[in-house]
Each structure stands twice: as structure tokens, then as C-alpha cells.
Design a protein around this ligand. Structure first.
Ligand SMILES: *Cc1c(COP(=O)(O)O)cnc(C)c1O
Length: 386
């Protein structure tokens, strides 16, 4: 190992040659080092560009998007195409299926994706088969005759982990393409393209942006023809990212490694303590797939990302009371920002598989002892000792 492989307390790892992902997060997508060049690619607030050098119209291309795409592409190991939201990226990927195409997807994948698949199935555009993505054999059984395997790993809030390498290899043998929603893991903990997937998507809104101040999405592929297809979907459907959003997303991405490292360490510590708390019935905090390019610490059991779920001893009422009793931690939906968020997922109509007392904790960048103090006092207030 070269010195740059050594990390102290962080979840990042690095298998390849070239700069470490932490360095790429900081350096990729910068203007060339020329005298007088700006250090950051500016916000190009332009809908038109003069002929002679690339696209002339802003729905097709913008240098501010390209800077963000360069950085994400470097981190995921592919070509990135950015979109107006995570759902716009997902929709562009799904849209490439032929009419009547068959998608195999996790029964507990992101609810927006489930709604989209259900909507398309209802209109006979595609056929959808829902599976337990942690069950390799059952998933592959359902892949026979399918066109696309849609993986999300880990899922949330149930925290199911898929074996992306095995699923990709065996799905490909069946002629099925593989896409991975990598929003939760980020390319620092899991790189789906290296594990054999054809496409990775992100809700940039979450960890890549990281500050709960924008909506954006991105799809990343190795195949250039596939990248062209995605750009074509974007130009035809108009699901283009805003320019301020692209600028802010890249600014957020610059500290992705620091945020993921800090929040993962805190999440692991909180998961351990919650597991011993009398007000808690069960904790879900997965190790990311051991087969993943993920990383020294993930594999050695030190970290499993920035998100965890726990079931409060009691029911929905006690769990709601915990959310109401937190003072530092914000009660709200979404995940991946610098601020720690708590939410009872069972309150959402589509979370039918979710236990009623389950709380999802998206761990942010506050000091871990302050977070623990808040959770502990909220549990003590809300869950009566039995
Ligand atoms: C939020 C989210 C999406 C959708 O992204 P938007 O940016 O909200 O459109 C997709 N997948 C996962 C896992 C998400 O958390």
C-alpha cells in the first residue's frame, strides 16, 4: 500500500491507481491551470452560445453541468449525465426500455421509483416484478425474460443489502442489464460500475449535494453509446439541471469525503449505543456489501454509511413522540444533508413493509455526543420504562 491508501477513521478506500477519491472530490471538474483561470468553473447563466464550439443551446449542454459531470464521472469511474432531479435521472434510464420491457426491482426501493414503475406498468408501457433484493436466488429467478434489473443497495429504511457483483454477473448472463441506485452509499462506499453494473444513478439532492438546498440527479455509465442515449433523453424531455443547482452541487461534492467520513463514524457509534438502549427494540445498520469496492473499514465492520434505522420499543405513538421530543435533531423527511434528520417512515402511505415504530436517522455532521444526548433524552421522554 502506498501512503495515500491509509485512512484514519474514515470509510473511504481506494483500489485503483491514480488519485484517491478524496483527492478527486476536490480536484475533478476544475478549469485547466492556466494563468488567470478561475479556480472554479463559473455559473454560466446562458441559454445560448455562439456557433463553432460545442452546443449552441442551453437545453443540450452547459459548461457548469460539465464540471459537475466530470467530478461525478471521476468518482464513479464512468461518464456522468446530470438531470434536474434524481427522479429525472431514473426516468431517463427507465425510458430507454422497449415497450413491454420487463423491470425487476426491490419491493422496498425508493417510493418515487416504485410509483414511476407502477404508473408505467398500469399504462402497459413496461412490466414490473418486485423482489427482495437481498435474496440473490429469488431475484435472479425473476430476471429470466427480463430486460433490466434495478438495484438499490442499501435500501432504506429496511437497510437491505444487495450483492451487486453476483447479481450483475448472473443478470448479464441472462441478457439483463443492471442499474444501481447508489444514492445512499455514494461512490466513496460503493462503485457499482466497478462491481459490474451498467448504470449508476444518484439523487444529488441527498449526499452528493449534501446541504439540503437543491434538487438534482445524475446517471453514470461506462458505455459511450448509453451516455449519448441519456443526453438525448435529457435534451428531448427537457429534464435539465438548473445552473445554480449544478454549481452548488459541485461545491457540495468538494467535501463529500469529509462529510461521509464524519457522518459514517457517528452513525456507527449511534447504532452501537442504540442497540443497548432499553427504549429501542431493534437497530438496522448494514455493512455495505462485502463484495463491493467498498472499502477497508466497511468490510472490516467499522462503518455502514450515514443512515440507520431503529425500532422504538412500543408502537407508532411512542415513535412519533420520540420525533416530537428531539431538540437538536430535525424531524423531517429526506436524507444526506449536514443536519441530522429523524423520520417515522411508516407515516408515509407507500411504506407498507416498514414497521410502524421504525425511525430513520440520517446522520449529519454535528458532534456525535450532542446527537446521542438528544436521542437519549428523546427516548427517555417518549418511551416509558417497562
Ligand atoms: C431521493 C431519492 C431519489 C429521488 O431523487 P430526487 O432528487 O428527490 O428526485 C431516488 N432514489 C433514492 C434512494 C432517493 O433517496
Amino acid at each position: 500500500m502506498t501512503p495515500r491508501h491509509h485512512h484514519h477513521g474514515g470509510p473511504l478506500s481506494h483500489a485503483g491507481t491514480g488519485p484517491h477519491p478524496s483527492t478527486l472530490a476536490v480536484t475533478a471538474g476544475r478549469p485547466a491551470h492556466n494563468p488567470g483561470s478561475p479556480v472554479n468553473v463559473p455559473v454560466y447563466l446562458n441559454s445560448i452560445f455562439l456557433p463553432g464550439n460545442g452546443a449552441e443551446y442551453g437545453r443540450v449542454e452547459n459548461p457548469t453541468w460539465l464540471a459537475f459531470e466530470d467530478a461525478v464521472g471521476a468518482l464513479e469511474g464512468g461518464t456522468a449525465v446530470s438531470f434536474a432531479s434524481g427522479m429525472a435521472a431514473v426516468a431517463a434510464a427507465i425510458e430507454m426500455l422497449p415497450v413491454g420491457g420487463v423491470v425487476v426491482a426491490p419491493s422496498d426501493c425508493y417510493h418515487g421509483v416504485r410509483l414511476l414503475l407502477a404508473d408505467l406498468a398500469e399504462r402497459r408501457r413496461i412490466e414490473t416484478r418486485l423482489v427482495d433484493i437481498s435474496d440473490v436466488r429469488a431475484t435472479l429467478d425473476r430476471c429470466v425474460g427480463a430486460d433490466l434489473l434495478w438495484i438499490e443497495s442499501p435500501t432504506n429504511p429496511l437497510m437491505k443489502v444487495a450483492d451487486i457483483s453476483v447479481l450483475s454477473k448472473d443478470a448479464h448472463a441472462l441478457g439483463v442489464e443492471v442499474a444501481v441506485d447508489n444514492t445512499l452509499a455514494t461512490p466513496l462506499l460503493q462503485r457499482p460500475l466497478e462491481l459490474g453494473a451498467d448504470l449508476a444513478v444518484h439523487s444529488v439532492t441527498k449526499l452528493l449535494g449534501g446541504h439540503s438546498d437543491l434538487l438534482m440527479g445524475v446517471a453514470v455509465v461506462r458505455d459511450q453509446e448509453l451516455a449519448d442515449h441519456l443526453r438525448q433523453r435529457r435534451a428531448l424531455h427537457g429534464g435539465t439541471p438548473g445552473l445554480m443547482e449544478a454549481f452548488l452541487a459541485l461545491r457540495g461534492l468538494r467535501t463529500l469525503h469529509l462529510r461521509v467520513q464524519h457522518a459514517s463514524a457517528s452513525a456507527a457509534e449511534l447504532a452501537r449505543r442504540l442497540g443497548r438502549h432499553p427504549g429501542v427494540h431493534r437497530v438496522r445498520y448494514p455493512q455495505l456489501a462485502a463484495s463491493s469496492a467498498a472499502l477497508d473499514l466497511a468490510v472490516s465492520g467499522e462503518t455502514g454509511g450515514t443512515l440507520l434505522s431503529f425500532e422504538v420499543a412500543g408502537g407508532a405513538e411512542e415513535a412519533d413522540a420520540v420525533c416530537a421530543a428531539t431538540q437538536l435533531i430535525v424531524h423531517g423527511t429526506s436524507l444526506g444533508g449536514v443536519e441530522t434528520l429523524i423520520d417515522r417512515r411508516g407515516r408515509w402511505p407507500l411504506e407498507k413493509e416498514t414497521p410502524p415504530s421504525l425511525l430513520r436517522l440520517s446522520v449529519g455532521c454535528e458532534y456525535v455526543e450532542d446527537l446521542w444526548q438528544d436521542i437519549d433524552q428523546a427516548l427517555t421522554t417518549a418511551v416509558p420504562r417497562r
